[in-house]
Write a protein that binds this ligand. Sequence first.
Ligand SMILES: [Zn+2]
Length: 305
Amino acid sequence: MLHTKAQETAHSAVTWCKSLGGKLPPTDLVGRIGRTGCHGRHKGNIERDCQTVINTFGKRFGATISTAPIRMWNPKKSRIEVKNLPLIFPDDFASALWARSPQLFRKMLLGDGNVREYWEHCRNFCDWFRSHPSYNHPNNWDNMVPMSLYGDDVQTFRNSECGAMSIVAWSSDLSTGNSFKSRYFLITAFSEYEECAYTFNDLMSEISKRIIMMVTPKMAREKQYPWLKGDYSFMLSSLQGDLKWVNHTYGNLFDYRSNDFCGYCMCKKRHDVIGMTLGDFTASALHASTTRVYRHEDLVNRSPA
Ligand SMILES: [Zn+2]
């Protein structure tokens, strides 16, 4: 596995280099990161310099960086404290995207596919969509963004010490054809050792406020979101991420480790009737004819306020 990964990386590096004719423009991000190790007196500064480069580069996008009071664990004082955590709210990010260009906004959020076809598919096959308010407004389907929240933990290194960071981001279900870096938009990141029992709910109540404004037509008009000029709208359509992380933070989801593991049908790991178990994988298995029904109202009732 590892050597194919290395080959892929080497191949894309060569392709990228060729596309630039072998010469990097002085402002190129990769070039600037590459140069951080080449001068300076102390080796230890490379990491700091690299972070500065990424930081200044990221800020050029122009999205508003807000802060919100979030309860977090202070390991030095062994107590929970309120910390102002930096966040890029999805509506601020989308506004900055629109300011860059409406074409970029569309490409990043709706990809190159047929948007109406996607919603018509949802109309035909998805219970959750049929009970959603947007179902009654098919005129909007050409420009409606299926918004998705994303969460995962990633291994990180600082001064060669390893630790885990929680990442909260958002995406669009129609951006799957875009490259990885233009699919997931960061909302915030924090060290897991700073997380306490309240952190995630505090964070989500701040983020939900903004998402509610994005998806509620009346509120969106009051906020005068720029994408309304292009008749765009948003709706929350899915949650994605690492299953373990999503289950740990959202709770109450179907857990692949439990007996009642399947979110699609009523299949169980252990059941008195063998046809209802995972062991029966024939097409005529009893569980194959069962389905779970999801309704928009159920999701709303289960979400934290
Ligand atoms: Zn199933």
